[in-house]
Write a protein that binds this ligand. Structure first.
Ligand SMILES: [Zn+2]
Length: 258
């Protein structure tokens, strides 16, 4: 009497298990022959470009040449190049408006996976100071504030500490800046600038030349030179991403030496 009932019960359980298996198992995907850096790659970070200053904060200036205008122009150019390379991008500001440093960092922190590049031009005490340099923060706030920070152990661990990722990003950006602009290489530097230190993703700050240097500012006022800086930012990000993809059999770019 019980045996047929048990058999039917077992059969129904088997059918339910099979349906559940079909529902939770993802369909088989063909193996990709090549892995694009950005397009179609779910792991690709959102690139957040931060044009320094804005609104009542003009930044460095030389006559009518204002740092806030140069940074916005370069950021827009870099954004176009990065989009063409397949990246999703955000600008912390896309007009002449003031943003606090915390608001800028928050644009990057709002994204689950992002990469932050703040764009600036230098203000030297000496008119002779010239060249390009890139900063990273040796100590960044890696955990989310509030209750989410308590569960930081649940967040996926990167093989490299965050500051090392930022240092690597700075190194690739600096190498590309020197390569594109042929400007004096002032190297990468560790500085706890608030805007990059508050970002919980790889972040760097580029200084694309001295507004206080007559030769630098003469170049910066040409669209061609600003396009070179934008191209360098795009190159640096693409090479950093390519070098940091795991298990990549052929790396086209090794980390540049300082
Ligand atoms: Zn600045």
């Amino acid at each position: 009497m019980f045996r047929p009932i048990l058999s039917w019960f077992g059969l129904i359980l088997l059918a339910i298990s099979f349906v559940c298996f079909l529902l939770v198992t993802p369909p088989l995907q063909p193996v990709a022959k090549s892995r694009p850096i950005a397009r179609g790659n779910e792991a690709a970070p959102v690139i957040v470009l931060d044009p320094g200053h804005g609104g009542q904060d003009s930044g460095a200036m030389c006559g009518a040449v204002l740092e806030k205008d140069l940074t916005l122009d370069v950021a827009r150019r870099a954004e176009m190049l990065l989009r063409a390379a397949g990246y999703t991008t955000r600008l912390t500001r896309d007009s002449d408006r003031y943003l606090s440093l915390a608001q800028r960092a928050e644009v990057a922190n709002h994204e689950k996976n992002s990469l932050f590049v703040s764009i600036h031009f230098n203000d030297g005490e000496r008119a002779a100071a010239s060249g390009v340099e890139t900063y990273f923060a040796a100590r960044q706030n890696a955990t989310s504030p509030g209750i989410f920070g308590w569960f930081s152990f649940l967040q996926p661990r990167e093989s490299k500490p965050l500051f090392a990722q930022s240092e690597s990003l700075a190194r690739f950006l600096q190498a590309a800046l020197v390569e594109r602009t042929q400007a004096l290489n002032r190297g990468i530097k560790s500085e706890r600038f608030y805007v990059i230190a508050q970002v919980r993703h790889p972040s760097a700050l580029v200084e694309g030349g001295f507004i206080t240097n007559p030769a630098d500012v003469a170049k910066l006022t040409t669209t061609g030179y600003r396009q070179q800086i934008a191209s360098a930012i795009c190159d640096g990000i693409c090479r950093y991403r390519e070098a940091s993809l795991p298990n990549e059999p052929t790396l086209a770019w090794a980390a540049p030496a300082e």
